[in-house]
Design a protein around this ligand. Structure first.
Ligand SMILES: [Zn+2]
Length: 311
C-alpha cells in the first residue's frame, strides 16, 4: 500500500484523510471547500518598469560569477542570487519577456539546462525551484528559476531520501519503481507524456502533479531535460486551462551514492491567482499543523487531464 485513506462523511460532503506510507506525511482533501469560490480568473498585468530582470537592466544590476560572467543559453541568463538563502544559490531568468502566459519548450529547456550546468559541479544536494507570480511567493513577476545547493537536503526531500533507503534495505528494491508500477495502473496517472507524471495520492498542495525522473543526480538530468521541458509546457498549459496561472515547482536531486534506491523527482502545485485583497491559499493547517487542506482529489486531476482537449 503506497498510502492509507479514510473518508469522513458529513452533512454537505466528505473529508478524505490520507497518509503517505513512505514518509508518514498527511493531507486532508475537501472538495466542498472549492465552492467557497476564492480566487479570480484573470491575472493582472505587471508593469516592467524598474524590473531588474528585464533586458535593459539584467546585465547591469545582477551579480556575476567569480570569473566575472553570467551564463546565457537561448533566452535564459543565469547568475548568483543577490539575497541567497542556501550555501550556493543561483537565479536563472527564463525569458526576455517580462510577462509570459504560455512558455515555449525552448524557453523551459534552456533555463533548466542552465541551472543543471551551473550546479552540477557543486558538492551537496541540488534542487531547481520556481515560484511563478507574486501570489506563489515570487518577489518579481518576471519568470525566473532558483537553484539551491546545500550540504543536507530540505525537510521534504530528506523524508523521501531516507524513506526510500529504508524501503530498499527492507524490500531489496526501489520504492520509486514500486510507486511507478502502482501509479501507472491508477486513475492518477497522466498519460501521453514522455516521462512519468502523475497526481500523488497524498498531495502537499492544490492540484499537485509529480514527475519521477529517469536519473538521480543533476548531471543525469541533462539527458532528460528536453523530454522534461516538452512535458512541463503541456502540464503548465493544462494548469492555465483549469484556471491556475500561478504555481510552485521544485525538482529534487540525490547524490551518486544514492543511486540504488533514490530517483530525482519534481513536485508542481497550483497556487491561487494574484487577487486585489491578497487572499492567501495557505493558512494555519499548512503553516502550523504542517498538514495541507487540499480541494481537489488527485484522482480528479487524472480525470481532468484525460478530458482536457489540449492534453
Ligand atoms: Zn522584467
Amino acid at each position: 500500500m503506497m498510502f492509507q485513506a479514510c473518508r469522513h462523511e458529513h452533512g454537505s460532503g466528505f473529508i478524505e484523510f490520507r497518509v503517505d506510507s513512505l514518509t508518514g506525511m498527511r493531507a486532508r482533501i475537501c472538495p466542498e471547500r472549492l465552492k467557497r469560490g476564492i480566487g479570480v480568473r484573470d491575472i493582472p498585468d505587471y508593469s516592467p518598469e524598474g524590473c531588474p530582470f528585464c533586458k535593459e537592466l539584467v546585465t547591469r544590476v545582477t551579480p556575476v560569477f567569480p570569473d566575472g560572467t553570467r551564463l546565457e543559453i537561448g533566452e535564459s541568463i543565469t547568475f548568483p542570487n543577490l539575497y541567497p538563502f542556501a550555501s550556493y544559490h543561483i537565479v536563472t531568468v527564463i525569458t526576455r519577456d517580462h510577462m509570459v502566459r504560455s512558455f515555449t519548450r525552448d524557453q523551459i529547456k534552456d533555463a533548466f539546462m542552465a541551472q543543471a550546468r551551473t550546479m552540477e559541479d557543486q558538492p551537496g544536494y541540488v534542487s531547481i525551484n520556481w515560484n511563478f507570480l507574486p501570489s506563489a511567493g515570487a518577489s518579481l513577476p518576471h519568470p525566473h528559476l532558483q537553484g539551491l545547493v546545500d550540504p543536507v537536503p530540505g525537510t521534504l526531500p530528506m523524508k523521501y531520501i531516507s524513506g526510500s533507503q529504508d524501503y530498499f534495505l527492507q524490500h531489496g528494491r526501489s520504492w520509486w519503481l514500486d510507486l511507478c508500477r502502482s501509479e501507472a495502473a491508477s486513475e492518477r496517472f497522466l498519460d501521453g507524456l514522455n516521462l512519468f507524471w502523475y497526481a500523488h495520492p497524498v498531495p502537499v498542495g492544490e492540484k499537485e502533479i509529480r514527475c519521477v525522473l529517469p536519473g538521480v543526480t543533476v548531471s543525469d538530468f541533462k539527458d532528460s531535460v528536453g523530454s522534461f521541458a516538452n512535458d512541463l509546457v503541456r502540464v503548465l498549459d493544462f494548469y492555465q486551462d483549469i484556471g491556475h496561472g500561478a504555481w510552485n515547482l521544485s525538482v529534487f536531486f540525490g547524490q551518486d551514492t544514492e543511486r540504488e534506491y533514490f530517483s530525482a523527482f519534481a513536485i508542481l502545485i497550483a497556487r491561487i491567482n494574484p487577487n486585489p485583497l491578497s487572499t492567501s491559499d495557505t493558512a494555519f493547517m499548512e503553516r502550523l499543523h504542517l498538514e495541507p487542506v487540499v480541494l481537489t482529489l488527485p484522482e480528479d486531476i487524472g480525470r481532468l487531464w484525460r478530458n482536457n482537449s489540449r492534453s
